[in-house]
Design a protein around this ligand. Structure first.
Ligand code: SAM
Length: 211
C-alpha cells in the first residue's frame, strides 16, 4: 500500500460537513495555498480536545484554515483563545472575515508580524502550540516554544516528513536540514515525549513533561 493512497483514504474518511472549512479547502486548492488539510486538521482538533486545551498559539496561520480547527476544539472544550499569527496583512484580514462569518471571532486573537517574536512577547503558558512557519525558522523557534508551552501541553509541528525529503541522504537543502535538526532537537530532549505521525506531510507531536 502506498503512502499517498493511505492519506487519500484518511482524507476521505475525515469527510467533515463544515461548509466554511470546505470553502477554505476549495480556496486553498484554487490558489495552491499550503493548508494542513482535513486529515491533519481533524488530528489537531482531536489533540486539542484530548488535552482539554483552552489556549492555543499558532505560528504561521495563513488565512485561518488550521486556526478554524483549533478554534472549534477550544469552543468545544468550553471556550478560550486561539492566537493567529502571520506576517501577511492580507491573509490576516481574510482570516478575520472568515471568523466573523462563522461567529467565532471571540475565540481568536489576530496578530500580524513575525510569529516567533510574537510568541516570545506573549504571556503564556499555552496548552497547545502549533508550528507551521517557514521551515528554516524551525530550529530557532524551539527554545521559545518550549519556554511558552505548559507542562502537560502539546507541541504540534507540521511538514516534518517534507514530502519524504528528510529520508533522502542526498538532500542537503537548508529547509530539509532545518527540519531534520528540529526533529533531532525534539526527540533528544528529555523534557518532551515526542512522536511523528505520518498524516499528510508528517506531524511531530510532543508533550512537554518537564521545564
Ligand atoms: C504553511 S502556511 C500556513 C497554513 C496554515 N497553518 C493552515 O494550515 O491553514 C504558512 C504561513 O505563515 C507565514 N509565515 C511563515 N513564516 C512565518 C513567520 N516566521 N512569522 C509569521 N508568519 C510566517 C507564511 O507567509 C504563510 O502565510
Amino acid at each position: 500500500m502506498d503512502f499517498a493512497q493511505i492519506n487519500q483514504y484518511l482524507t476521505e474518511l475525515t469527510n467533515h460537513p463544515d461548509p466554511l472549512l470546505r470553502r477554505l479547502e476549495e480556496e486553498a486548492r484554487q490558489t495552491r495555498f499550503p493548508i494542513i488539510g482535513a486529515a491533519a486538521g481533524r488530528f489537531c482538533y482531536l489533540i486539542t480536545r484530548l488535552v482539554k486545551a483552552r489556549t492555543v498559539f499558532e505560528l504561521g496561520s495563513g488565512f485561518g484554515y488550521s486556526t478554524l480547527w483549533f478554534a472549534k476544539a477550544v469552543r468545544d472544550n468550553g471556550g478560550g483563545k486561539v492566537y493567529h499569527n502571520v506576517w501577511d496583512e492580507g491573509l490576516s484580514r481574510r482570516a478575520r472575515q472568515y471568523f466573523a462569518e462563522a461567529g467565532l471571532s471571540d475565540l481568536v486573537e489576530f496578530h500580524v508580524g513575525e510569529a516567533v517574536a510574537a510568541l516570545r512577547r506573549a504571556e503564556g503558558p499555552f496548552d497547545v502550540i502549533f508550528n507551521d512557519i517557514d521551515k528554516q525558522g524551525y530550529p530557532a523557534s524551539l527554545p521559545v516554544i518550549k519556554e511558552k508551552l505548559k507542562v502537560g501541553g502539546v507541541l504540534i509541528v507540521d511538514n516534518m516528513l517534507w514530502q519524504g525529503r528528510v529520508l533522502d541522504p542526498n538532500d542537503q537543502e537548508p529547509t530539509t536540514q532545518a527540519i531534520r535538526l528540529t526533529t533531532q532537537q525534539i526527540f533528544n530532549d528529555p523534557d518532551f515525549v515526542p512522536t511523528l505521525v505520518p498524516i499528510r506531510d508528517g506531524l511531530v507531536v510532543a508533550m512537554k513533561i518537564d521545564e
